[in-house]
Design a binder for this molecule. Structure first.
Ligand code: MNH
Length: 470
């Protein structure tokens, strides 16, 4: 989850003769300033990769960034022996909220492996059984609100609905807290604080000084209050849980009562707080955006809707509750999610750094070098076939998957620092889409073209669909 804004870290230049391609119009002082699209850097880089190839370098002012998207090169940087996760600038900026939580921890921080060991079981496939009913309760709220819109013939604001859904789901499954997003007109104060804080972080720390939004003292003080409110809210939930001694079978239970087998230690209070905030930041926008993009594609592909609906009827029946075991059997709905993640991976990339001196595509890279893996472009590599822009869930049919190398699909990142929430997000996404597909047809808003908004994640901006009950 990282928009590849430019970093101030040391440049990674090759030491041998074969240069890394660069944009043609590099200016002596400003670098590639003419090439930037402040609002949509990822989409600009996708164009640049089409012109310059699977590896290129951008330089803006004194900042350099190597962008990698060619299949063979990505395979090289995913090699855990020679490369490791790098905490790129966008992730480092999030440390004011999530500290050394799982997502934003440096590789060397001891709380990472502790939390990784303790939380692993909470994100296993088997653990989803325990979250299933909570997820369904929230999906029912979404359906109630969409039923009303369908009856009134109104368009629904898809990203807004999906954000409500994912917040409520992680609140309940994570720490048995009900944000009640569908039952209120103003967002929960915690959610409001978090959205403002993320916005502030995004805009106030643009790497290109002349483009940096300048916030006054009021905004800075608001930012501090927002972060304090988020931390205090989490601390209050944890304290209440300690006082009551109740067990809820949620992630918070696991964090409060499990001992890390490696160290024999539990997570301390601050680490628990950082993990809870991490789940809210890392788990929410990404899943909401994925569901939004999926609904966009469904609204353009009635044949996919029909196929999914036939599968749902066969696995679950036309009515009745979708059970935990049935989710894994909804193979075609799962392909819809995978194909959505291929075209618009909500987390558009990840950073890798070399462990020692190594080579990349035959070029020598010195120690300290790092690169950004541009996922939407990797996911359009020629190895995907000659029409990579086409939305086609059958690309993920087992025969098709077997014919292709695995490393050209990496929406969850790679290696030991890959997404821990993957099963959780997939269970939530398949359950939600199946519930919606069997109940509604989706009509796009006339004239709408997909507008991919970039913050730290990619999201479908301004997406509305009209529903008709079946
Ligand atoms: Mn998630 C790491 C994508 C849902 C919690 N996530 C990552 C990474 C990617 C990613 C990519 C690796 C980043 C890096 O290498 O720097 N995550 C997603 C996507 C979705 C998603 C596309 C939904 C779709 N993630 C979730 C959910 C949760 C979650 C849901 C939690 C409830 N993700 C994490 C955590 C990490 C992570 C925690 C960091 C794991 C680690 O470093 O150990």
């Amino acid at each position: 989850m990282a928009s590849p804004q430019l970093s101030t870290s040391s440049p990674a230049t090759t030491t041998d003769s074969q240069p890394i391609p660069q944009p043609r119009w590099r200016l002596p002082l400003l670098g590639d300033l003419l090439s930037i699209d402040v609002a949509k850097p990822v989409q600009r880089e996708m164009q640049m990769a089409q012109e310059l190839g699977g590896i290129f370098e951008r330089k803006i002012l004194q900042h350099r960034l190597i962008v990698v998207s060619g299949a063979d090169l990505v395979r090289e940087v995913n090699d855990e022996e020679k490369w490791a996760k790098f905490l790129g600038k966008p992730l480092r900026k999030l440390r004011v909220i999530a500290g050394d939580g799982l997502f934003t921890a440096f590789n060397s921080e001891p709380n990472w492996s502790k939390a990784h060991n303790i939380l692993g079981p909470g994100f296993s496939q088997a653990a989803m059984r325990g979250y299933h009913d909570s997820m369904l309760t929230v999906v029912d709220r979404l359906v109630d609100s969409w039923d009303t819109a369908a009856t009134d013939g109104e368009y629904v604001d898809v990203p807004k609905s999906m954000t409500s859904l994912t917040f409520d789901v992680i609140g309940r499954c994570g720490f048995s807290y009900d944000f009640d997003s569908f039952g209120r007109t103003e967002p929960d104060p915690f959610i409001a604080a978090m959205s403002r804080a993320l916005e502030y972080i995004n805009r106030s720390s643009n790497d290109i000084p002349i483009l940096r939004a300048l916030f006054g003292r009021n905004a800075r003080e608001q930012h501090e209050r927002d972060i304090a409110l988020m931390q205090q809210t989490v601390d209050r939930i944890v304290e209440e849980r300690m006082r009551s001694g109740e067990q809820h079978g949620d992630l918070l239970d696991l964090m409060m009562h499990t001992v890390d087998p490696d160290t024999g230690e539990q997570l301390d209070r601050e680490s628990i707080r950082n993990q809870v905030l991490t789940f809210l930041v890392a788990g929410n926008e990404t899943t909401a955006a994925t569901l939004g993009f999926a609904v966009h594609f469904l609204s353009r592909h009635p044949e996919v809707v029909a196929k999914a609906r036939a599968e749902i009827a066969e696995v679950v029946g036309a009515d009745g509750r979708i059970g935990y075991e049935q989710v894994a059997k909804l193979r075609y709905v799962r392909r819809v999610v995978d194909e959505t993640l291929r075209l618009w991976p909500a987390a558009p990339g990840y950073f890798r750094k070399v462990r020692g001196e190594t080579t990349l595509g035959g070029r020598t890279l010195p120690k300290g070098s790092w690169v950004f893996v541009l996922l939407p472009q990797l996911h359009r590599d020629p190895l995907w076939g000659d029409d990579p822009e086409r939305f086609d869930p059958d690309r993920f049919a087992p025969e098709a998957v077997r014919k292709r190398p695995a490393h050209i699909f990496k929406p969850w990142g790679t290696g030991i620092r890959a997404c821990i929430g993957r099963q959780f997000a997939l269970h939530e996404a398949v359950l939600t889409l199946a519930s919606l597909i069997r109940r509604y047809d989706f009509a796009p808003e006339p004239g709408y073209e997909l507008d991919v908004h970039e913050a730290i994640t990619l999201k479908p901006r301004g997406l509305k669909v009209k529903l008709s009950r079946r």
